[in-house]
Design a protein around this ligand. Structure first.
Ligand code: DAK
Length: 257
């Protein structure tokens, strides 16, 4: 692993980002957030991007939170700036036009859990541990946790986690809908490869439109959201992808997108 704070690897348009501060359990500091923001800004411009996977370096931690040592002496104004920096970067991640999957390989606490929540969905290794322990440090979540967590797991479970600060294991995270799958840690790499193949095999514009329909629709009333889906569905018949996908089915071959 290089000395970059964000390691970037790519295979067939699927980009894997590894947050690389393993000695601090990949805690989010200003420098790492700035590097992540810059990488995401570049990715957002790419038409050939198929998906993004995001994980932490090492076998122990996805992200153990915002960097506590860096935060300790912040004033309220510094804290606001730090939160705005993270919120902007997480929004950029969330708004990438392609699926973003968190591969949660260990501690997923505080800002780490908030980062996973800004991803579209998550796969966790069986040693992963989740929580919003900020109240134990005398603060509240500052990177979207009080807002994205209830939207993901419901308000009662979110309130349980943000007020007790208790940590939950991967199985409980699966049960409450915080993650989609749990796999043995040794299999996380194979899952990443399988996901890369799956995500790269589908119609790229269709995948983008599917994400757009879900994200934009969630912010609208059902009737408007269904109208949005109809528009995007109709639009998907305008390009070459639909011809290739349906043609391949009828001709009993694999599509080549
Ligand atoms: N920040 C900085 N360093 C961290 C860290 C963190 N969040 N988590 C771990 N480390 C560092 C440790 O200090 C240690 O460094 P050295 O002592 O070796 O130099 C190294 O990583 C290894 O950690 P441990 O020795 O503690 O390892 P253990 O296996 O014993 O324990 C642990 C692992 C994850 C249980 C423990 O490290 C831990 O409890 N870490 C803190 C977890 C946590 O509380 N996370 C939430 C942080 S607060 C805001 C408002 C709020 C926030 C942000 C902004 N605004 C309004 C602006 C808060 C966000 C948070 O995420």
């Amino acid at each position: 692993m290089s000395d970059k704070l964000i390691e970037v690897q790519e295979d067939t348009g699927v980009v894997r980002l590894t947050l690389n501060r393993p000695k601090a359990l990949n805690a989010l500091n200003t420098a790492l957030l700035a590097e992540l923001d810059s990488v995401l800004n570049d990715l957002a411009q790419r038409d050939d991007l198929r998906a993004v996977l995001i994980t932490g370096a090492g076998e122990k931690s996805f992200v153990a939170g915002a960097d506590i040592a860096e935060m300790r002496d912040k004033t309220p104004e510094d804290a606001r700036r730090f939160a705005m920096q993270a919120l902007t970067t997480f929004k950029r991640l969330e708004r990438l036009p392609v699926p973003v999957v968190a591969l949660v390989n260990g501690f997923c606490l505080g800002g780490g859990c908030e980062l996973a929540l800004a991803c579209d969905w998550a796969v966790a290794s069986d040693n992963a541990l989740f929580g919003q322990p900020e109240v134990g440090l005398g603060v509240i979540p500052g990177f979207g946790g009080t807002q994205r967590l209830p939207r993901r797991v419901g308000p009662a479970m979110a309130l349980d986690l943000v007020t007790t600060g208790r940590k939950i294991d991967a199985q409980e995270a699966l049960r409450v809908g915080l993650v989609n799958r749990v796999v043995p840690q040794a299999e996380l790499e194979a899952v990443a490869e399988e996901l890369t193949k799956q995500l790269a095999a589908n119609g790229p514009q269709a995948v983008r439109s599917a994400k757009q329909a879900v994200h934009d629709g969630m912010d609208q009333d059902l009737e408007s959201a269904l109208a949005l889906e109809t528009s995007l569905f109709a639009l998907s018949f305008a390009g070459s992808e639909q011809k290739e996908g349906m043609g391949a089915f009828v001709e009993k071959r694999k599509p080549n997108f």
